[in-house]
Ligand binder design. Structure first.
Ligand SMILES: O=C(O)C(=O)Cc1ccc(O)cc1
Ligand SMILES: [Fe+2]
Length: 436
């Protein structure tokens, strides 16, 4: 398969390109027609040591299928290889470095590929395996990119075409919090299953499973970013000013303090609300919160959880449990309390039986808009206590499970305790906060 990359600006420096007049206005919000051009999450890229192993985990435990692969050829993909997996509208790409990022002409690696290799190796060294790029599908890649960089975003890759026999896409990448990136993907009559330059695979062979054992997922619902102390405002401002996101209002009470841990969240969303990026930071509590534990082990800010939406959480969770995935368990009193709360609830009638939800340990939250069902995978995605998955089904409710936060955080704290990480907060940080 052949692929080629060419710079949109024909090598001219972006600074010298003519910009639309609207891009010169630094205090105005991003114009609506640009904001409207965000469509959805495209894919999430992870940096990892062994893409095939991580792909296999997603196939065997979460019902994903391998759909494409970036493999080394004579003149392409000589720095980073990858495996791409999909399930419904959810796509993940696992990037693995092919060598240390040391310039050595005998490996004939191009400049752009060497830069990517450096970023992936740097990420692994600093953070371990985790999310390096949350990619968005857009219809105006160049406009979003130019607005973002002229409003403070750091550029990683300027708008660049990539094409093969399936068509072309235009892509650009900027830096966001921690060492995480956002890539804007604009398809230009592209009909392949992932991106140009990838070897297509159609590996739907079930792994020792009887038929009818799918793990249904629809799409990525939201992607939470953990920040260090007091970074919340600057990160939210960045999503607003540089990326044109708005604050997404829900009824959730986000300032949760359990006996030990405390955190604050603000949800930033694209104009159409299909891309939701909650931003979370630790708050002062009695002990090291789960956000602080994350920051410590991730060595800084990063993506904390990815919520995958399903139409049938009972099917999804039943099958994941059957495949050996363990979930966070709340205490039995949660369901006693839930039955009382539900008795007073006059909203959307629940299709699912409470007994079944309790048997699967699924959490329920509801308000006037409807209800939602959610559950959190116990194991983290990497060796470190950092990123994990949430499974969510929405029946009208737009929130994030505010009614479950207390029970959920208490059960996360029980896991933190087992790891020896429910300790005192970093005193210097707490002093900083209290002084401000
Ligand atoms: O806010 C969300 O998206 C949630 O799903 C609730 C939540 C918030 C923070 C956590 O550390 C774990 C779960
Ligand atoms: Fe969530």
């Amino acid at each position: 398969m052949s692929s080629s990359c060419l710079s949109l600006n024909g090598g001219r420096d972006l600074e010298s390109c003519e910009r639309d007049a609207e891009l010169r206005s630094h205090n105005a919000p991003m114009p609506k027609h640009i904001r409207d051009s965000y469509l959805s999450f495209f894919s999430v890229r992870f940096a990892c040591a062994n893409p095939k192993a991580l792909a296999h985990y997603h196939e065997s435990k979460m019902g994903f299928h391998t759909i494409a692969r970036r493999e080394m050829t004579k003149d392409c993909n000589r720095g980073v290889c990858s495996e791409v997996v999909g399930n419904g509208g959810v796509t993940f790409e696992f990037l693995g470095p092919l060598m240390p990022a040391v310039r050595n002409d005998k490996f004939s690696i191009s400049g752009a590929e060497f830069e990517e290799l450096k970023r992936v190796n740097n990420f692994l060294e600093k953070h371990g395996e985790g999310v390096i790029d949350v990619m968005f599908e857009v219809t105006e890649c160049k406009k979003i990119y130019e607005w973002a960089v002229s409003n403070g975003a750091i550029s990683i890759m300027k708008p660049t075409y990539s094409k093969d026999s399936n068509g072309a896409v235009l892509m650009a990448t900027i830096h966001t919090y921690g060492d995480v990136q956002h890539t804007f993907v604009q398809k230009c009559e592209y009909s392949g299953p992932y991106l140009p330059g990838y070897t297509l695979l159609n590996n739907k062979i079930p792994l020792n499973l009887d038929k009818d054992h799918d793990v249904p997922f629809c799409e990525i619902d939201h992607c939470v970013g953990n920040q260090d102390w007091v970074q919340m405002d600057s990160v939210c401002n960045f999503y607003h000013k540089a990326l044109g996101f708005h604050k997404y209002i829900t009824d959730d009470d986000y300032n949760v303090v359990t006996e030990y841990s405390a955190l604050e969240t603000t949800v930033m969303a694209s104009e159409n609300d299909r891309i939701k990026m909650p931003i979370t930071m630790p708050a002062v509590g009695k002990r090291m919160s789960q956000v602080e534990e994350y920051i410590r082990y991730n060595n800084g800010p990063g993506v904390q959880h990815i919520a995958l939406r399903t139409d049938s959480i009972i099917k999804t969770v039943t099958e994941m449990r059957r495949r050996g995935v363990e979930f966070i368990n709340v205490s039995p009193e949660y369901y006693v309390d839930l039955k009382q709360r539900l008795a007073a609830y006059k909203g959307t009638p629940m299709k699912e039986s409470l007994e079944e939800l309790e048997r699967l340990s699924i959490l329920v939250d509801f308000n006037n808009d409807g209800y939602l069902l959610q559950l959190f995978v116990k194991d983290h995605i990497s060796a470190r206590p950092t990123a994990f998955y949430e499974i969510i089904q929405r029946e009208g409710a737009r929130g994030f499970g505010g009614g479950n936060f207390r029970a959920l955080f208490e059960s996360i704290e029980r896991e933190q305790e087992k790891r020896g990480n429910l300790r005192e907060q970093s005193p210097d940080k707490v002093d900083d906060i209290l002084l401000n």
